[in-house]
Write a protein that binds this ligand. Structure first.
Ligand SMILES: [Zn+2]
Length: 191
């Protein structure tokens, strides 16, 4: 029987770099991660038929549970089931285990230039639990190449400050298209 070990022994012998990741949410088996350009085509197809594989430049491991994370969206509108925090890539399940993980997504008044990390819809409960409320209660914001899609986090942060003072703010991407994204803004209500 051809086992994963036989494949990795062969790779070791040939000096081919690879990693073995734990199964992700969409695969049941361990994933062989490599630059498949370095592997003969025939062998690659043979391996692909029998094992889970992925490319090394589209793969990361969750820093907490080591599960495989495929970092490239599969289609337009494919929202990530992972994110990254200071320590690295983290899967959705591990992220949601600790409300403190939200801290890296909050922007404060001393940082007007940046709002560079956005939350994802699956963080909504955590956002609300942490005392944030939706600012744009009617329409979602849009940023993109189409006319009128000129919303920026910096601009919206200023509007929030005008109405609510210099409160903590965060943003959530709600959708991605080929040429645009939509997003929501949240602010922390003063106690
Ligand atoms: Zn994880």
């Amino acid at each position: 029987m051809i086992t994963l070990e036989k494949i990795t022994n062969y790779f070791d012998l040939k000096g081919i770099n690879y990693q073995i990741h734990q199964p992700g949410w969409y695969n049941e088996k361990q994933v062989i991660v490599a630059n498949w350009n370095n592997v003969p085509d025939k062998l690659t197809s043979w391996i692909e038929e029998r094992f889970e594989t992925d490319w090394d430049d589209e793969s990361e491991e969750c820093i907490n549970c080591y599960q495989h994370i495929h970092t490239t969206p599969g289609y337009y509108g494919d929202l990530a089931r992972f994110t990254f925090i200071d320590e690295g890539y983290i899967c959705r399940d591990c992220f949601l285990k600790d409300d403190d993980n939200l801290e890296g997504f909050i922007t404060y008044s001393d940082d007007m230039a940046s709002a560079n990390r956005a939350c994802l819809p699956w963080m909504e409960d955590m956002i609300e639990r942490s005392g944030f409320v939706l600012f744009n209660t009617e329409d979602e914001y849009e940023s993109g190449f189409h006319p009128g899609q000129t919303d920026t986090p910096q601009k919206i942060k200023k509007w929030i400050y005008e109405l609510h003072g210099s409160v903590p703010v965060l943003f959530m991407i709600t959708g991605t298209g080929q040429f645009d994204i939509s997003f929501n803004a949240y602010y922390k209500k003063e106690d």
